[in-house]
Ligand binder design. Structure first.
Ligand SMILES: C[S@@+](CC[C@H](N)C(=O)[O-])C[C@H]1O[C@@H](n2cnc3c(N)ncnc32)[C@H](O)[C@@H]1O
Ligand code: SF4
Length: 333
């Protein structure tokens, strides 16, 4: 028997786990000795530790195969009975390992409804855990391949264009972002952009708006993190013109585009004054019907940013206050 395990994961790892689950259900695998396939995620500290403990525990009596972010983030973690494989090419790895009749690689893209348009990230955010997994080399999926993946996907569902920063598409191969949106305009389906940094969102806004005006863009997720530029600069994030940003979001909401904004609370440089700016910003966007994903900062930093002198109990209260302003399930990390 093969068992599938997963620690709390981002959408992409979740979709991969769903795909593996489907692959297992399509194959007869009772002849295989007991083992676990573990889909791992590293974007928060608590779950990294949980994943490590789980892998150790499972490997006491079973063979364990680990895919997802963990192998790239912790290449030196070696456990007996555990075989790790990099984030990329896990489908081929599992096919080669198990040799099941219906190969994982053969499953069409519409099963996960996800078109990866970029991989890797060239930004250098001070808090980032994700880059351990994906690296800093940007690789844009060639336009012809994106075209083919869209053609092979279901026409009835919104396709999610995914990547660490989807707004970086084309930069590594000297292609304008509008080449991508021009292709999307010709398709008989709707699209959602995952993970676009605030900077690339603003730069690509006109191209995105052309898609919106053709009713082809239904959702976008923008990583803003903070409404205060000082906090953004200490995060190594580019500054943002908040009034232009709010104006851009307003235009999308007027056309009924669902907007999801990632925010972070308790980054070490954040003071009481910054918390208030964050809450005011949230209120402004909330009036437009924007959805927030709020994360609580959790990592140690290697940079020398000035830490605000705020004790843990006050930080907990800050998080609660900001959460109440978003009034959504928080992603506490
Ligand atoms: C899947 S990541 C998206 C990354 C995307 N490239 C971006 O810049 O928004 C989702 C969110 O996790 C949060 N996050 C990442 N690292 C974190 C950390 N060390 N502590 C807390 N939240 C973190 C950030 O708010 C980030 O936007
Ligand atoms: S843009 Fe996202 S993936 Fe890239 S470094 Fe920043 S947080 Fe990490």
């Amino acid at each position: 028997m093969i068992f599938l395990q997963q620690n709390s994961a981002c959408n992409r790892r979740r979709r991969e786990a769903n795909k593996i689950e489907l692959w297992l259900s399509m194959n007869e695998h009772s002849h295989i000795e007991d083992c676990y396939i573990f889909v791992s995620c590293i974007f928060d500290g608590q779950h990294e530790n949980e994943a490590r403990d789980k892998i150790k525990e499972l490997s006491k009596n079973n063979k364990v195969y680990v895919v997802g972010c963990f192998p790239d983030a912790f290449p030196n973690d070696v456990f007996p009975n555990v075989k790790m494989h990099s984030l990329f090419g896990f489908g081929k790895f599992l096919d080669d390992t198990f040799g099941l009749t219906v190969p994982l690689e053969s499953l069409p893209n519409n099963i996960v409804n996800n078109i990866p348009i970029t991989s890797g990230c060239t930004w250098n955010c001070a808090y980032c855990a994700i880059k351990h997994g994906v690296g800093n080399k940007l690789i844009s999926t060639p336009i012809s391949k994106i075209d083919q993946m869209i053609e092979n996907s279901s026409k009835n569902e919104t396709l999610l264009l995914s990547g660490e920063d989807t707004g970086l598409w084309g930069i590594d191969c000297n292609q304008p972002f509008s080449q991508l949106t021009d292709l999307l305009k010709t398709k008989h389906t709707t699209f959602a952009f995952d993970n676009m940094t605030n900077e690339m969102f603003m730069i690509n806004f006109d191209s995105l708006m052309e898609l919106v005006n053709l009713n082809k863009l239904v959702q976008i997720t923008v990583g803003l993190q903070h409404f205060d530029n000082y906090v953004l600069s200490t995060m190594n994030r580019p500054e943002v013109d908040i009034s232009k940003f709010v104006e851009a979001i307003k235009k999308l909401r007027e056309k009924n585009v669902t907007v999801v904004v990632y925010l972070m609370c308790n980054f070490p440089s954040e003071t009481r004054q910054h918390v208030e700016i964050q809450i005011e910003g949230i209120k402004t966007l909330k009036r437009m019907g924007v959805t927030f994903c709020l994360f609580n900062f959790h990592r140690k930093l290697n940079t020398n940013i000035p830490f605000a002198d705020i004790d843990l109990e006050v930080r907990k209260k800050h998080f609660h206050e900001v959460f109440m302003a978003t009034q959504l399930t928080p992603l506490i990390t």
